[in-house]
Write a protein that binds this ligand. Structure first.
Ligand code: 13P
Ligand code: SF4
Length: 301
């Protein structure tokens, strides 16, 4: 029996499903029951009636799944697969802003720890941040921990006073304007599609800005054939599956997320067999963190 067959058998035996983010390797995406962006996967996690979820992604994704569906067992193939940006905001920063502004909404990117979520008014993902911020009753918005997504939202929703902290994704901010110029010179026919975690000077060069699912839809649905992609190259797998003829380039070499790369077929087999690496969260944290996540699901409808 090969690895994929073993995983299929274990999934049935354990009544488990595998959710995979578009950033994990193609072979992992292939064994998943659902692949998607953070928003889609959160919705699937909430709705599933499987007994267990193996989350092929990073820690905040597994935590969100557990919080949204606390009766389920949520397992991480690698407990060290963590998103550094998830830790780039502090309770002190939030408290200070709450003291300064009466009319404030703390808008927390889902790429954040469960503990931070207990202090938020609403969570967002890159797929719904603009829509949600636009519809909040508050004028002042403290958008954390991604200053680039926050600044993108600020531009799209100029009627709000959007403030950010210094958090950012190291994998997207490593892409420079010079990289973009070089890539455009090398592939002059190509359209540029980027994730809003990139810096503003990159976004200003783009033909399309959106979440990983948005980028995939844009490329697959476009009449054009050649694209430069400004996000982790895991998204190539879905595009190749849906539109095999498209020619894809990264902006620069090595556009990977090392934490997403920690997820492998062998580790999935191990957690399915041993039911180890389970996400365990304090009940009070789960209750408090559920509120901003549910508000996101409500406001994004
Ligand atoms: P998505 O919201 O597109 O899933 O992106 C998540 C992420 O981690 C981007 O770096
Ligand atoms: Fe976090 Fe960036 Fe990796 Fe996304 S790409 S999981 S934001 S480190």
């Amino acid at each position: 029996m090969n690895k994929k067959e073993r995983i299929e058998r274990l999934k049935k035996e354990k009544n488990a499903i595998i959710l995979a983010h578009y950033y994990v390797d193609a072979d992992v995406q292939e064994v998943a029951d659902y692949t998607g962006d953070s928003f889609y996967l959160a919705k699937v996690a909430k709705a599933t009636d499987a007994k267990a979820i193996v989350f092929a992604g990073v820690e905040f994704m597994g935590e969100s799944a557990k919080i949204l569906n606390p009766e389920k067992h949520v397992y991480m193939p690698d407990l060290h697969a963590d998103c550094p940006m998830a830790h780039m905001a502090t309770v002190e920063e939030i408290n200070k802003m709450r003291e300064t502004y009466d009319d404030l909404a703390v808008v927390l990117y889902i790429n954040s720890t469960a503990e931070l979520k207990t202090y938020a008014d609403v969570c967002v993902t890159s797929a719904n941040a603009v829509k949600i911020v636009k519809n909040l009753p508050q004028k002042n918005i403290f958008f954390i921990p991604d200053r680039n997504l926050g600044n993108f939202v600020k531009e799209q929703v100029p009627e709000k006073n959007v403030m950010t902290n210094e958090g950012h994704c190291p994998r997207h901010t490593i892409i420079t304007k010079e990289d973009v110029i070089k890539a455009k010179q090398k592939y002059p026919q190509a359209r540029l599609a980027v994730h809003p975690e990139c810096t503003k000077d990159i976004l200003s060069e783009a033909d399309y800005i959106g979440s990983t699912a948005g980028i995939i839809d844009y490329v697959v649905g476009s009449q054009e054939q050649e694209f430069i992609i400004g996000t982790v190259d895991g998204v190539f797998a879905k595009i190749h599956e849906l539109a095999p003829g498209k020619i894809l380039h990264t902006v620069r070499e090595n556009q990977i997320c090392p934490n997403m790369k920690k997820v492998t077929l062998d580790k999935i087999i191990t957690v399915l067999e041993n039911e180890n690496n389970e996400i365990i969260l304090d009940h009070e944290v789960m209750d408090q963190a559920l509120k901003p996540l549910e508000r996101m699901l409500e406001l994004a409808k």
